[in-house]
Ligand binder design. Structure first.
Ligand code: NAP
Length: 204
């Protein structure tokens, strides 16, 4: 579950980056998505990419004097609950489509598998790489892999995309119908037909 070492990504996977952008930036017409991240992740993003996202960016910090330059599309918040409260209020509530929490380790360890988390979009890298920043494992008593891409190889590293969806109750077959996962980004349905898991199977 490693995501980084010494402040650097140890893999360069252009298709993964492209997929990440497509998932997070594609929103319903006239709406925008929200991308929530920890202050250290924000600091790690080069300035030219900070400005181009098109999403509403929320940078989480406990410091009232942090150096994040805010604007109409870049705001800071002091906690996850206060962020969600803000997004549920006017004017944000009517403008927002999906909310993504993109990292880093501290933030994802707090929210992954939590009650507000409906899906976990994981890129699984098939390599043994030393890391110093980690996220939680997907709790398989709460989530199931929805599908998987076929393995992609770039720069000698094999990886695949695996969206995991919350399955509230594996005994309630109504909850496993396709339409109940309509909240998933459309790209998941467009691009990830290679290997559909049967989410009702007890194997997963
Ligand atoms: N491989 C990947 O997919 C991936 C994805 C994202 C990030 N990353 C990498 O992960 C690294 C950063 O991860 P990290 O774990 O060190 O830091 P992080 O989670 O990005 O940010 C930690 C900071 O967020 C703030 N924070 C944390 N919990 C908070 C809470 N509950 N409420 C309000 N603010 C909170 C604090 O900021 P203050 O100190 O300002 O109070 C804290 O120092 C970066 O190198 C980034 O590039 C990798």
């Amino acid at each position: 579950m490693g995501i980084r070492k010494n402040g650097k990504l140890l893999w360069k996977l252009p298709s993964d980056l492209k997929f990440f952008k497509e998932i997070t930036c594609t929103s319903a017409p006239t709406k925008k998505n929200v991308v929530i991240m920890g202050r250290k992740t924000w600091d790690s993003i080069p300035l030219q990419y900070q400005l181009l996202s098109g999403c509403l960016i929320v940078v989480l910090t406990r410091s009232p004097t942090c150096n994040v330059v805010t604007s109409e599309n870049i705001i800071t918040c002091g906690s996850i609950p206060s962020t969600l409260e803000l997004l549920a209020s006017s004017p944000y509530s009517s403008e927002i489509d999906k909310v993504f929490v993109i990292g880093g380790g501290q933030i994802l360890r707090e929210v992954m598998n939590g009650p507000g988390c409906e899906a976990i979009h994981m890129t699984e890298i098939d390599a043994n790489i030393d890391c110093d920043t980690f996220i939680s494992r997907v709790d398989l008593s709460l989530f199931r892999p929805w599908c998987s891409s076929l393995p992609v190889t770039e720069n000698d590293i094999s990886y695949r995309f695996v969206p995991n969806v919350r399955v509230c109750s594996s005994s309630d077959s109504n909850k496993l119908k396709l339409e109940n996962f309509a909240f998933l980004p459309k790209i998941i349905f467009d691009k990830h037909e290679e290997f559909m898991y049967d989410v009702s199977s007890p194997k997963y």
